[in-house]
Design a protein around this ligand. Structure first.
Ligand SMILES: Nc1ncnc2c1ncn2[C@@H]1O[C@H](COP(=O)(O)OP(=O)(O)OP(=O)(O)O)[C@@H](O)[C@H]1O
Length: 325
């Protein structure tokens, strides 16, 4: 769907993209990188709006250097920054954008109504945009990217400025753009974690260079540890501590509860991580829980979080540099 080959973009003082080669397949793809990593620069090159200094790129098989117009007919773009006129309503603005994309007047009005309903802005669509909340403005930006029924949308930081609930709603909406309409999505974010739930593929860039491009499933593959959560009982007022002791006595390695912060954040603090050494580890855990008379809330294979993949790489890198030093 998108392919870049040794793509570079140099500004006088900074190299925004540095020989980036990546293949992006249809579906929902996250483009992750810190501020200044080169995400917006890449999007502008892919739209044919800004020329690359070196290298090549194609979008839907079209060359960004020579076929920018054809690309923009087939691709929707949601820019990062606030760019909406405050004095017109969402309906007026999105109809205008649909007309600019070449839709006839009636089709533009119909598509606008459908698209605004889809992004959850139906009730407020006749009010001036200047009075909208940040979340509503982000939805208008998304609607104008979708209104001409593109094959692909490029969404630059669509969750920027949103609170946690707004972020979740926007991410769910982005997922539905693909599942309900079959439109492929490239979405940028500086937050690795939020794309893990939304994207099929994640591309990570840093300083304009590709760090990694993998399917989300590869990033989050199962680890060798088991997350176990138990209840307390009258006989064992601290069920977790009793379980840790029993499992250690049975020869299993139990990691400190503090490592299970992601589960604690989800509302359950009593999780222990047990290293799986074979199929009988599951039986050992079950038997220990039963012998102690505790309730087993869950026993599940733990998966990597994407951020951990990079933390591990960073600490290995730091260890390497201090060894060298
Ligand atoms: N027109 C420009 N002239 C000079 N430097 C630029 C220009 N556009 C971008 N840059 C620089 O290129 C680098 C990459 O910028 P870019 O906007 O692509 O990053 P980003 O990953 O999108 O970050 P952000 O999320 O903060 O926008 C930055 O160092 C930026 O300052």
């Amino acid at each position: 769907m998108i392919a870049t080959e040794s793509l570079s973009k140099r500004f006088p003082r900074v190299t925004a993209l540095d020989r980036l080669s990546v293949d992006i397949t249809p579906g929902v793809t996250g483009l992750v990188g810190a501020n200044g990593a080169g995400k917006s620069t890449l999007i502008k090159i892919l739209l044919g709006l800004s020329p690359a200094t070196e290298g090549r790129a194609t979008v839907l098989g079209l060359d960004v250097a020579t076929e920018g117009g054809a690309i923009r007919e087939r691709v929707g773009y949601m820019p990062e920054h606030d760019c909406l006129p405050p004095d017109v309503s969402a309906t007026e603005f999105v109809v205008h954008m649909a007309r600019m994309s070449g839709l006839p007047a009636t089709a533009a009005r119909e598509r606008t109504a459908d698209t605004l309903r889809h992004v959850g802005l139906y009730e407020e669509r006749y009010r001036p945009i200047g009075g909208y909340s940040t979340g509503m403005k982000q939805r208008v930006k998304l609607a104008q990217a979708l209104v001409h029924d593109p094959q692909l949308v490029l969404l630059d930081e669509p969750t920027n400025g949103l609170d946690p609930v707004g972020r979740d709603e926007m991410l769910a909406l982005i997922r539905r753009v693909h599942t309900d309409f079959g439109i492929s999505v490239l979405v940028t974010s500086h937050l690795l974690g939020e794309l893990e739930r939304t994207c099929d593929q994640v591309v990570v860039i840093d300083g304009g260079k590709l760090l990694r491009s993998s399917s989300t499933a590869e990033f989050t593959q199962a680890t060798g540890s088991l997350a176990v959560e138990v209840t307390d009982s009258d006989a064992c007022p601290d069920g977790t501590a009793a379980l840790i002791k029993a499992l250690a006595a049975a020869g299993l390695t139990v990691q400190p509860v503090g490592r299970a912060a992601e589960f604690a954040a989800a509302g359950s603090g009593h999780v222990v991580l047990v290293d799986v050494i074979g199929d009988d580890t599951y039986d050992t855990v079950r038997d220990a829980v039963t012998d102690l008379g505790l309730g087993l809330v869950r026993m599940e294979q733990r998966r990597h979080r994407i951020a951990e993949v990079f933390q591990t790489a960073d600490s290995a890198h730091e260890r390497g540099s201090s060894d060298a030093a």
